[in-house]
Design a protein around this ligand. Structure first.
Ligand code: URA
Length: 186
């Protein structure tokens, strides 16, 4: 299966109730052969309206960090744990995550990135380890099977607490350094 075929399946998915309230499926964007994959939590209002991840306020802030460290958005792949927006942006429920994870697993299998970067706690708890502590473990690199993984603060957390912005820049610089040292496409 390729990404286009997977998108079609995802768009028709009825495995949880979120398909009833969504406007668009927010499947993911970027290179199908990206070396770095960023994974957020779930679409917000702007993402639901456009069908693209990280295009709202948090997304614009995320773009600034990509720019700051010289990573091009078109060279990476960006997806979320959930492909449909939870009403009123509430946290994803466990059953919704379970229902949706197969799509992300398949995206990872097709794209086969070297580095997976979790955007925020929810993504890190799901992809790195269930007891992931974002304040203590952001910017730490974990080797998981054939993937290197790390997590940074969610851009929405930076909007709520600008004190976290220095850490975010340092973590993004570490990601860039890892990419350069390992010859990844950025
Ligand atoms: N927050 C996320 O986690 N993902 C998006 O796509 C937008 C906001």
């Amino acid at each position: 299966m390729n990404l286009e075929e997977l998108y079609k399946k995802c768009n028709e998915c009825r495995a949880c109730s979120l398909h009833k309230t969504k406007t668009n499926t927010v499947f993911g964007v970027g290179r199908s052969d990206a070396d770095i994959m960023f994974v957020g939590e779930a679409p917000g209002e702007n993402e639901d309206l456009t069908g693209e991840p990280f295009v709202g306020r948090a997304g614009k802030l995320f773009d600034k960090y990509l720019d700051a460290v010289g990573i091009k958005r078109e060279n990476i792949y960006i997806a979320n744990i959930l492909k449909c927006r939870p009403p009123k942006n509430r946290d994803p429920q466990k059953d919704e995550e379970e229902a949706c994870m197969g799509f992300l697993r398949e995206q990872v299998r097709i794209i086969n990135p070297s580095l997976i970067v979790c955007l925020g706690r929810i993504s890190a708890m799901r992809l790195i380890k269930p007891d992931f502590k974002i304040t203590a473990e952001h910017g730490v690199f974990f080797e998981k099977g054939k993937f290197m993984m790390t997590a940074v603060y969610h851009p929405s957390a930076l909007l709520r607490d600008p004190h976290k912005k220095d850490d975010m820049l340092k973590d993004m610089e570490k990601i860039k350094e890892y990419a350069v040292n390992n010859g990844l496409i950025i």
